[in-house]
Design a protein. Sequence first.
Lengths: 436, 315
Amino acid sequence: MTQENYLLRGLTLPDGSKSDIEIRNGKISALSTSIAKSEEVIEVDLSGSVALPGLVDLHTHLREPGKEDAETVLSGSMAAAKGGFVAVSAMANTSPVADTAGVVEQVYALGQSAGFVDVFPIGAVTRGLLGEHLSEIGAMADSRARVRIFSDDGNCVFDPLVMRRALEYVKKFDGVIAQHAQEPRLTIDAQMNEGEISSRLGLKGWPAVAEEAIIARDVLIADHVKSRLHICHLTTSGGVEIIRWAKARGIDVTAEVTPHHLLLTDERALSYDPIYKVNPPLRTQRDVEALREGLADGTIDIVATDHAPHPAEAKEVEWQEAAFGMLGLESALSIINQTMVATGLMSWEAVADRMSYAPARIGRYADHGQEIAVGNVANLSVINPTQSMRVDRDRVASRSRNTPFHGMELQGVVTATFFRGSPTYLNGKLTSQGDE
Amino acid sequence: MKHLLSINDLSKAEAISILDTAQEMARVSDGPMKKLPTLRGRTIVNLFAEDSTRTRISFEAAAKRLSADVINFSAKGSSISKGESLKDTAQTLQAMGADAVIIRHGASGAAQRLADSRWMSGAVINAGDGTHEHPSQALLDAFTIRKHLSKGASDLSGLRVAIVGDVLHSRVARSNVLLLAKLGAQVVLVAPPTLLPVGVESWPCAISYDLDAVIDNVDAVMMLRIQMERMSELFFPSAREYSRYFGLNSDRIRALKPDAIVMHPGPMNRGLEITADAADGARSVIVEQVANGVSIRMAVLYLLLAGNQEIGATL
């Protein structure tokens, strides 16, 4: 199949300059406001939109293999493309667990044949996510999936000796341990943020200290063994302070924040509607503000969605019976626009860094996170920041409907996604660029 | 008022109106003909997903005295024990034409889930949800306190009430703090720090760790049940130490003000949070609380299901 060539008109680049973008043979071939249209290019008017380097999400749950009723690599890839992403990392808590080369190669291959985004599997740190024995880290790193991120996400690597060994071992592969920071003894049966709201609702608390204690421990271990540590879904103001302190000391730590933790607070639990039940939990307004500040000043390196699809029956129950997690891919960029850009906290250049350059760097995803420049692979996310959209759970690309933003008006609409030079999402239509 | 899920659903005036209506209902119960025809032909379901004796019987008696048809649906031997979801149970009850569902459930928020969902359209009455609330218990406690101590006032202004024990796991404490404060009483929670929730400082009440510093200065003391398994969960070192600091015994009874009353929502753990002589002594209104429970629940059912009928018309 020969690839079409494109001329995208009327865009603003992350640095604020106006430019059209010409794409030939999958690469950016010209950038200026006066590109003449030639016969063989398809012209697309994207006036009013901002072009960003293709977004990379280091934290998704695509549920395949094992929970295909909630999501598949294909449906999750479509949701990603619709949200402006060109690469996603798929967490290891599938069934079977992604703790062998076989599973990660399968997930990688499913992503390639789906053809909407690159799907980079994350390998489990420990066998079966049980926190006891290291999984086949080397085999996964050397496999065709070239795994560099290892995480037991969903579970904390709690045993400090296991964490130390994992951090040491991945140095051989230039890998990174992505920690789900949750002290298990302080969070037995935990349901929501521990504080005023949980005290009134009679729901068991998930205290901020349970997150912060693990972050503090692990930055010190990472410092001691001189390895790379990544903290998943930071949610507390105290956690932001610890990361800031660690970075000032030169510790090689990175951190992520989810769009939902930048927008929603634990007051949502007052409805007892488990659509708002997520792990780590929604925190307080003070935490939301600290997270926004941390993302703006670079203490928090990246935005990651923690996209966690669940079938209806996992949420249509009492709060304490419900599954943790919410959809994130399709609404992420709108929420970042609304909470960070429209508020003046961050520039589009900073968004490009937090959602493309930095995540690609952490995951060592070589073809991703490249600037919009002539000669680079044409991975692009295009957003109209002034348009708004009403989130409708019945119109998501994901196989599940558990979005906490249903009915909300979000500012910013993804208008196009180009993956290796071809549109995976354009004019409201998803198109596979896969080999099938 | 369509449902009774939380004390937060009630204004002060509505709460007082429930207490006043309960007073009328008590007169009916004391009379020769204990039954009112008010809810004839209405169906009320007792949905008890968690074991309970006194609350279920109390609601059942209240509904029957108002001539409603009562269906009891309890966890043991029902579809709930077979893993049926709350949604499916609710839809079943809806299909059977339940006008009201009285729900007791182990999950905090279960009553609100039932009311907010579109699974059923009838009234929902929270008869205790997890460690959240138990509003009809708080109403009967306020009714009991008012009867003994308010000197004819319709609210509880100026009265001091101590609630003692496992506040953390107590739905009775949560509802009582909200209601008693709403009615003008000053509430003090007395508990070991381990059994007070983080965030309790935002509640409309005072906090103490010292029962002896509080006991001689309150008009009512409400003891909460302590479950033995809390000990293995590290909330306190031993039953003996708990009783020594927080138990109601004859020494502490003697320290009470002359007209102060002793309350307990039951079931009691005699010898742990309350000694037998404190539970059975002259200050105790514990048995009367049970009787008042029926009147309060009659009032709640009446106001929810027949609210626009004049109570006098049916008397």
